[in-house]
Design a protein around this ligand. Structure first.
Ligand SMILES: NC(=O)c1ccc[n+]([C@@H]2O[C@H](COP(=O)([O-])OP(=O)(O)OC[C@H]3O[C@@H](n4cnc5c(N)ncnc54)[C@H](O)[C@@H]3O)[C@@H](O)[C@H]2O)c1
Length: 268
């Protein structure tokens, strides 16, 4: 890698993860195209802001003109009514991939989620090529987004990396994060690796810090993307009770799984 990322589009740049990715890529990109439906703040000379909903395919095609890569963050990042998830995460990801294809963009980094396999029990070590086991409708929508990425890679030769992000936080704030924490530093590390790794067709990899208590395998990230995370939530372990019921069994998504998490978003 020569360090130059070229012209990179970041969708969903005004969310929780976006500013960290924006700051982390700035030094090595020629130009950043910032996409969000929310107002985009602090735009610099080497940045272009495009305020749009990702539902607007024609606007995305204009925004992606001449881009080398897209980091796709925009969407709904939690459990929600299925129709909303279909629009934002499935149709939205389709629009991003299709705009990338039309513009000849080389690579798309899709932000997926650990929740695509959040239904596996906590004592199961999950490899990215195991069958999906989404813990709710949000996870289902990201399974579909990953499938769209695989299809665009197989059919059109688009290079696609689906990063199954863990829990992005400055520091762990709950027991589960001892397994699932994704530090800002490792988040940028995974994104940079996803943008620069050679010989990519389609890769799905967990993007989680090197937490001693993690339940996701990191070999794909290390072998295919060339990134080994540097942080470990273990250094915060004393903040959380060892005997937390979370460790006694149940789904990896803990309180984010189960009927209490999904039912509020179902009609009737
Ligand atoms: N935060 C996490 O811990 C986490 C974990 C796993 C996966 N992810 C994934 O990473 C991505 C970013 O997460 P986040 O926490 O920053 O989310 P967020 O909700 O904080 O931000 C999402 C951003 O996307 C924008 N957006 C939403 N829908 C849009 C639309 N239809 N058109 C244009 N812009 C739209 C919002 O305005 C917002 O700025 C999401 O795809 C999420 O599913 C996040």
């Amino acid at each position: 890698m020569d360090g130059n990322l070229g012209k990179v589009v970041i969708t969903g740049v005004e969310g929780r993860i976006g500013p960290t990715v924006r700051a982390g890529l700035r030094a090595d990109a020629d130009h950043l195209v910032l996409v969000d439906r929310a107002p985009i703040t602090g735009v610099r000379e080497e940045e272009t802001a495009v305020e749009t909903d990702i539902a607007e395919l024609d606007t995305l095609v204009k925004a992606f003109d001449g881009a080398d890569a897209v980091v796709h963050l925009a969407g709904i990042a939690e459990e929600a009514p299925f129709g909303e998830l279909l629009g934002a995460n499935v149709q939205g990801s389709f629009n991003v991939l299709e705009a990338a294809r039309r513009c000849g963009v080389r690579r798309v980094v899709l932000f997926s989620t650990n929740r695509v396999t959040g239904g596996y029990p906590i004592h199961h070590h999950v490899f990215p090529d195991e069958p999906p086991r989404p813990d709710g409708l949000y996870g289902v929508s990201k399974v579909a987004a990953e499938a769209l990425g695989q299809m665009y890679a197989d059919t059109f030769g688009l290079e696609v990396v689906a990063l199954r992000a863990g829990s992005f936080e400055e520091e762990p704030t709950e027991t589960r994060h001892l397994a699932t924490w994704l530090s800002p530093r490792d988040c940028v590390g995974f994104v940079r690796a996803a943008l620069t790794a050679p010989n990519v067709s389609f890769v799905a990899a967990y993007a989680v810090s090197g937490n001693a208590r993690r339940f996701w395998d990191l070999a794909v990230g290390e072998n295919e993307l060339g990134y080994k995370p540097v942080d470990d939530a273990a250094r915060f372990a004393s903040r959380f009770p060892d005997d937390d019921p979370f460790w006694h069994g149940g789904p990896q998504s803990g309180r984010y799984a189960g009927p209490e998490a999904v039912l509020p978003h179902l009609d009737g």
